[in-house]
Structures are given as structure tokens and as C-alpha cells.
Ligand binder design. Sequence first.
Ligand code: F6P
Length: 375
Amino acid sequence: MATKCFGILTAGGDCPGLNAAIRGVGRPLMDMYQAEFIGFRDGFRGLIENRVTRFADGSLSGILTIGGTILGTSRDKLHRMTVGGEERDMTDVAVENYRKQHLDALICLGGGGTQKNALRLAERGLNIVTLPKTIDNDVANTDVTFGFDTAMAVAAEAIDRLHSTADSHHRVILVEIMGHNAGWLALGAGIAGGADVILIPEIPFSVDAVASALIQRNRKGKRFSIVAMAEGAQPKPNGKADRRKNSGRKKESKKDASDPCQEALHMSLVGGENCARLAHQLEDITGLEMRVTSLGHLQRGGTPSPADRLLATRLGTACAQLVHDGEFGVMVGLQGNECVPVPLIEVAGNRKTVPLDHPWLETARLVGTSLGEEK
Ligand code: F6P
């Protein structure tokens, strides 16, 4: 029987656990099924540029515990890729390179964007299987994505550390937590870290409700507070929050925007803008001293937690078995305690946000955490 060849790539934002997943897929394919295993560099960019790494015996050793991805990644989309300064649809080139490499299947590790790119390739007749990774935990049809547990631990530890300095200085510290348009990370880390207020995109918040929670704590003699704010959290539309939107903020001048240094600085700060705006508003209303911390990419870096290593290895090995058995067009998700194949069509384009009846929300309310809701 001819030797089979399987390809793998990691796309979208990196996260802890990607290398554990590459190892989980590659080890059984190479060692048990004697297949060839190659990796495309830098996500879908490497697929269209045909840049590959050929994994040999032993080359997947020592990567289980390493953060990031040994293959590199990019946020390139197949149907809108910048090539030679122009935006082009490179799907045909990707299909051509898959054929040139004589692949029996391509395994794509990624979040929401990757699932869409992967479906595009599956619809062109390629054998595709995906795995769900992202610190945001927002991929549909899997209970959890790998990367989430580690990022939640990092964010919870940050909240722990902020407690002592907020307490010593009697300040309110707003900490901005990643998660794109989903609140999983802020909610999980906020509950685990004992944040006093947690704001998530799924529940547009009332600035007055947040202010009142802070004032009430202060009146009870608790002279500090921690607000865990998801980067996608927004105030309720047309509320007082909107009217106070620009209070205390310097308007960005045209000159600033055209200066490359100012622009770079602005890009690095833009993540914290919502949080900084809320801090200004809360300071105006409560008179309490505020500070803002944006955790940013810290949450994506470093060693994967044991839970992420275990999940990535389970999903990876389940994926290896599937591709060996010839089942394609699916994402391997975790449902209950099982790794199950889910049709890609049911995953791509569907984001899993925090449902309003999710038990974590009630847990937070029961321990007295404000979710920025009006009473
Ligand atoms: O990968 C998910 C994520 O970390 C989001 O939480 C965040 O909004 C985004 O990526 C940041 O993207 P980038 O690394 O491209 O700045």
C-alpha cells in the first residue's frame, strides 16, 4: 500500500496547546500508521506559497510543553489574501499546492476564521479536518477550545496580583481581558479571581449600575475594587453611558493619526480604549481613583496548562484516527467527555458566545459580583 501523506497548519492567533496538538496528530500518523507528515508554515500563507516542514522521526519530541506554534501562524484568509500588494482570491493556488504535495488530507488548527477557510477548501473537494483552538473559547459545537484554560489561568493570576496593589492604594482597577466578541475569558477569570464587577459583550452594561456597585462596596468599607472587562464589552446603547462617551478624553488630532510613531502607539493602545473610557466615566461619577491594566497578548503566551495539553493531545490523536479512517469535512470537538466529529458546515460562521442562561452568570451574581446590569 502506498505511503499516505498528511499536512497540517496552524492559523489565526496563536495559543498555548498548538504544539501539543501538532504532536498529538503527528505521533500516531507517523509511528502507528507509517504515514508522512508535513507542516505548512505560517497558516494559509504557507499553503499558498508551498512552504513546508517535513517532520521526521523524533522531530515532534520536546514540543508538548512549548507555547505558541512551531509552524508559525498568520491571519491570512484564502479568499482575500494580499499578494504583491493586491488583494486576491488564492483558493485555487491552495488547492493546487495540496495536490502538488500529494496530500491525503490537510488538518487545520484554528478558531472561527480558520474553520471558514477550511470549509472553503472542503467545498473544493479537499480532505479537510480541523481542531478548535483559541483563547476566546468561541468556536461552535465544542464544549471548550484548547488555549482557553491557560489564558484563563493567566488572567485569573493577573486579577489576583491586582488585588493587593488595589487594596494597598484604595483604588479601583479595571483590567481588560481578551476574548474578541465573547465573554468566556473575562467571565471565567473574573469569577476565579474574585472580580467585583465583570463586564462581557453578551450583557451590555449600564455605567450607572457599575458605578453604584463600586460606591456600595466603598460604603461597606471595602476601599478597593476590581473590574474585569472583556475587550468586546460595550455600554447599553443610548444610555447615559453614550452621552458621557467623550468625557475627559482628548480628541485624536489628524496630525497624530498621520505620524507613523503615533499611529503605532495608537494601535498598541487601541485595545485598552473601551476600558480607559469607562475608567474616566466611573471616576467622574464615583470620585474614586481608577487605574487601567490591559493584559493583551500576555494571555496568549507561555506554557500551556496541563488541561490544555491534555485536551490538545486528545483532540489531536482523535483527529489522527479520523483521517487514517478516511473521515473528512469535520472538526473534532469535545462534547461531554467525548471527542466527536462535527460537520464543518455546522461550525464555520457560527460563534459560540456566553448564553444568557449560562450557569457561570448565576454563579457570579450569587457571590455578589455585578455584571453591570440595572437592578
Ligand atoms: O486569538 C484571539 C485573540 O487573542 C482575541 O482575543 C483578540 O481579540 C485577538 O486575538 C488579537 O489579535 P492579534 O493577535 O492579531 O492582535
